[in-house]
Design a binder for this molecule. Structure first.
Ligand code: NOJ
Length: 553
């Protein structure tokens, strides 16, 4: 099996240009500012950056309402700045993924403006219309509590238009071959400017049939093959990382049974069961989620994450399970969102408890797939619940104790910098943590570095060792004649586990990759490991001569 697919053993970092670093002092982050932080990102050890939408946009949904697919929002810079940025990334070996938001446009997009004004316009059929209000207009809303309908009347067009998301985001008629051709053109454009692929927004909706007469919408999976082929024809290493919160049974349809569709998808099933497991100190729901999402083509990869820019969506948990997660991590209704999720950042969700933060990150880094880190989580940033909806967790990056956390020279940042309480920038910032060898930031750098040196996780096959203690998860990865054990104690109590390795690995030392306490087997070949509350271990099976033993294929 080829092993140069970069995304199989990458560490992805997601950020929004608007809130990362402001170079020109207008209060909004920009590409010039981001460029000044590339050395920071390289130092952190991440290998790819995922940029949230930065195209011209009214920004009513944080840029997920695009008004021009071929440009840069002037607040963030110019296309020239963008190319300087991708060049700077290339020089540092960092790959760039950008958001591709083509399920819908902004209602201010010239295509929609032309479509609503003129029924004869070629753009009319780029959107989804109905003369009458469809019966199911109230169903299928994505933001319950905020969004009331998926069909709204447009006075100018004198027709209803379909919008899966907010009413200012009319859906593109993605079944229209002209729209599909335009999507390829957009991808081709950004590939030419140096990106290595796309985080594709709302993929199940992009490929779903749309229309007032569609009673049971079917997915048009072939579109995914078309996208993927186009990408690799243009740029061999380019990938799509899909946002597709789908049931495990349909994963293979998205990947394609021979890997001919999507290269990567976020693993939402594992994400929500991970939080359920953390909330209940029971690893079994997580094990089940990993088993359910185990099968995938060898070239495909999961994106594993804890938090992103949206709410932590718990919609696939049973109501009882969701309640358990809410009561543990977001007891106040104001911490919850859209009747299904948690809008907090990771650190406050875990009550700022360093042991639990390390546990959660160590777990994420050792889940089958490629880890995706949210900016600011590497220093344990907090949230501002006074901001509406998901904005609470999108505040500017906290760089230092300078005014506005060193994010901007302006007194009016795009979103307020968190400046009071335990998560205020005076207490949580990069500069302080960089000086402190025991900081979360330095811990994160070390764990990222180690993660990259354990390709068994990205490439290998995994299995579970049953230790009869549900609070403790023991995973084993094997690849090319080597194996690694990752052990996590989800409980706030110490736990001792005993287990034996497979016959061919006995009696073998377990070499601890993160500290000095290696484990020697007893005379019967069994290992006993005492884990502290929320303790974790990464072990190499049979010592550190693994590179001498690694097989070629
Ligand atoms: C998913 C994005 O992650 C979210 O932020 C956005 O609001 C919707 N798609 C609509 O684009």
């Amino acid at each position: 099996m080829i092993n140069d697919l970069w995304y199989k053993n990458a560490v992805i970092y997601c950020l929004s240009v608007a809130t990362y670093m402001d170079a020109n002092g207008d209060g909004s982050g920009d590409f010039q500012g981001l460029m000044r932080r590339l050395d920071y990102l390289q130092g952190l050890g991440v290998t790819a950056i995922w940029l949230m939408p930065f195209q011209p946009s009214p920004c009513k949904d944080d840029g997920y309402d695009v008004a021009d697919y071929y440009g840069v929002n002037p607040q963030y810079g110019t296309l020239g700045d963008f190319v300087e940025f991708t060049h700077g990334c290339k020089q540092r070996g960092l790959r760039v993924l950008i958001d591709l938001v083509v399920n819908h446009t902004s209602n201010e997009h010239p295509w929609f403006q032309a479509a609503r004004r003129d029924p004869q316009s070629k753009y009319r059929n780029w959107y989804v219309w109905s003369k009458k209000k469809p019966k199911n207009a109230a169903s299928g809303v994505v933001f319950p509590g905020v969004q009331k309908s998926t069909w709204d009347y447009d006075e100018v067009a004198k027709a209803y238009y379909f919008h899966r998301f907010y009413d200012f985001q009319p859906d593109l008629n993605t079944s229209n071959p002209e729209v599909q051709a335009e999507i390829l053109k957009i991808m081709g454009f950004w590939l030419q400017l140096g990106v290595s692929g796309f985080r594709m927004d709302a993929v199940p909706f992009v490929i779903s049939q749309k229309g007032a007469n569609v009673t049971k919408a079917e997915e048009q999976y072939d579109m995914l093959r078309t996208f993927s082929q186009f990408l690799t024809w243009r740029e061999g290493e380019a990938i799509i990382l899909a946002e597709a919160n789908v049931l495990p049974g349909t994963d293979m349809k998205y990947f394609g049974s021979a890997g001919e569709r999507l290269q990567m998808m976020f693993n939402f099933e594992v994400n929500q069961h991970l939080f359920y497991a953390l909330a209940t100190s029971d690893s079994r729901p997580l094990v089940k989620a990993m088993r359910l999402t185990k099968s995938r083509p060898a070239t495909a990869q999961w994106g594993q994450f804890l938090r992103n820019h949206d709410e932590l969506d718990l919609g696939r948990l049973e109501p009882k399970q969701r309640k358990a997660v809410f009561s543990k991590f977001a007891p106040d209704p104001d911490m919850q969102l859209y009747q299904r999720g948690i809008r907090r950042r990771l650190a406050p969700t875990l009550q700022g408890d360093r042991r639990r933060l390390e546990l959660a990150y160590s777990l994420m880094m050792t889940l089958p797939g490629t880890p995706v880190i949210r900016y600011g989580d590497e220093i344990g940033m907090g949230d501002n619940l006074a901001l509406p909806e998901r904005n609470c967790a999108r505040t500017p990056m906290q760089w230092s104790t300078e005014p506005q956390a060193g994010f901007t020279k302006s007194d009016h940042p795009v979103l307020p910098v968190i400046s009071d309480g335990p998560y205020g920038f005076q207490h949580v910032n990069v500069a302080d943590q960089r000086r402190d060898p025991n900081s979360l930031l330095n811990w994160m750098e070390r764990i990222v570095r180690m993660r990259k040196e354990v390709p068994e996780i990205g490439w290998g096959d995994f299995s579970f060792i049953s230790v009869g203690t549900p609070e403790v998860l023991v995973m084993q990865y094997s690849w090319r004649n080597n194996s690694v054990l990752c052990i996590h104690n989800l409980s706030g109590e110490p736990r001792e586990i005993r287990f034996a390795l497979q016959a061919e690995e006995m009696p073998c030392i377990l070499a601890n990759l993160l500290s000095n306490d290696h484990s020697q087997p007893d005379s019967s070949g069994r290992h006993s490991i005492l884990l502290e509350p929320y303790g974790y271990r990464w072990f190499r099976v049979c010592g550190l001569d693994y590179l001498l033993k690694r097989a070629e294929i």
